[in-house]
Design a binder for this molecule. Structure first.
Ligand code: AMP
Ligand code: MG
Length: 419
């Protein structure tokens, strides 16, 4: 249930572009970061590799035991009944045997210990009988080569372990450490600056006068950016004057790859975002056929990309997740991550007119028999942040949809770490 790219001739609003076209435009305009930096291994978590990572050693480096037991040559194993063996020496992890292995005997061995030369099989300690004189008895169930790990079995020397552009995850940190590397070359992080606009906005600690509200968008934007591991530059609240907004635009572009604002993108008399962008650079689109989030301006100026998000708190979050987040991911990684399409059974009917995409705040849950069900969080006004706080997904109704009947399968877009 993805949105088909459409022309600007949308029945809802002739000059609004579709969600799919908007995303396509963003990918066409953004040039991924090419600058790289060397960082300490722990700091590389979630960053994107700027070069292929080639292994300079075999992992594991030595032939070693996969279990605690007794090492011997497989040719000495009994083909029928059982044999008894004298235990000569021991090999511990990190402390190889210093005695020479004698054919017809066994060496006591621990998991991870180097296999003594001449041995190729490990008989687990659980399956041997220990006799009174300290020798052991092994039955004919054992096989040559069993319970042994070979050099390079995990990563052979010279192998391309991780490719340029790969996002480093927890397992990768372990892999890179197993190669003995303490530093990695990653692309530098995107720098993202943002500010709120509005004469009614007060910062925390200030007194609210008649008509004022506290600025909440800078906090949701901070949180959303924090999850993306970017450099965050908070430029505060900017007053609704042409001069202030222009000055903020110019200093933001000096600091950041991506500049985000909230508010002031409609056509009100104090909405100076669009004219300022027009003066300084190019506007690629300014209206999307979606709800919430219709007035969304995307452009470029002074070498930065600009997202003018709507002022309403929910519209800020929806447009960030649907457009800014993919833009940042593309800027950081140079690749487009296709979203998983997840369906859930809708617990209630939803009314909708065709012609625009809707993102509806909802809660997805799993029933005892494993089915995903979804229900709305309540009032869907774009100023009602509480229903966003309760939600763990959006129900995504595409432009063509003319509503949903109770019990129908709908596409959901999870967030807040649901998957
Ligand atoms: P605007 O697009 O500037 O007309 O703003 C639309 C609505 O969002 C108005 O009700 C604003 O008061 C509200 N709004 C704008 N910016 C913020 C903000 N930073 N925090 C909370 N509400 C805001
Ligand atoms: Mg405003």
């Amino acid at each position: 249930m993805t949105d088909k790219p459409t022309s600007c001739l949308d029945p809802f609003e002739a000059d609004a572009i579709s969600v799919a076209d908007a995303r396509q435009t963003i990918y066409e305009q953004i040039t991924p970061i090419s600058g790289s930096v060397k960082v300490a291994l722990r700091d590389a978590l979630n960053q994107y590799l700027a070069e292929d990572l080639i292994s300079s050693i075999d992992v594991p480096p030595h032939t070693n035991a996969a279990m605690d037991g007794y090492a011997l040559a497989g040719s000495d194993l009994p083909s029928e009944n059982s044999n008894t063996y004298k235990v000569v020496g021991s090999s511990f992890a990190g402390v190889p045997s210093d005695e020479k292995y004698i054919k017809g005997c066994v060496v006591r061995i621990m998991t991870g210990a180097v296999m003594p030369s001449g041995t190729d099989s490990v008989v687990p300690q659980e399956v041997v009988d220990i006799l009174d004189d300290g020798s052991i008895r092994i039955d004919s169930e054992q096989r040559t080569g069993q319970n042994v790990r070979h050099p390079g079995e995990d990563i052979p020397k010279g192998a391309t372990v991780l490719k340029k552009g790969h996002q480093i995850n927890a397992a990768d940190l372990g892999i890179i450490a197993s190669l003995g590397k303490g530093e990695v070359k990653v692309f530098r992080r995107p720098r993202v600056a943002f500010f709120s606009t509005g004469d009614e906005l007060k910062s925390i600690g200030e007194t609210l006068n008649e008509g004022d509200i506290y600025d909440s968008n800078r906090y949701t934007l901070f949180a959303l950016l924090k999850n993306l591991d970017v450099e965050i530059i908070d430029l505060g609240v900017i007053r609704d004057t042409k001069a202030d907004i222009k000055e903020a635009f110019v200093s933001a572009a000096e600091l950041a790859d991506i500049v985000i604002t909230s508010g002031g993108v409609s056509v009100g008399e104090a909405d100076f975002i669009k004219p300022t962008l027009k003066k300084l650079g190019d506007t690629h689109f300014w209206k999307i056929a979606m709800k919430p989030g219709r007035p969304l301006t995307f452009g470029s100026y002074h070498g930065s990309w600009f997202f003018g998000l709507p002022g309403n708190p929910v519209a800020v979050m929806v447009t960030f997740m649907q457009f800014v987040q993919p833009a940042i991911n593309y800027l950081a990684s140079g690749s487009i991550k296709p979203a998983l399409i997840i369906k859930a059974r809708c617990q209630q009917a939803i009314k909708k007119r065709p012609g625009r995409t809707e993102y509806i705040r909802a809660i997805v849950e799993q029933t005892e028999d494993g089915e995903l069900t979804v229900k709305l969080t309540g009032k869907q006004g774009s100023g009602i942040l509480m229903s966003m706080s309760l939600a763990n997904c959006f129900i995504h109704l595409n432009s063509e949809s003319s509503g949903v009947e109770s019990g129908a399968l709908v596409e959901i877009v999870p967030f807040n770490g649901v998957i």
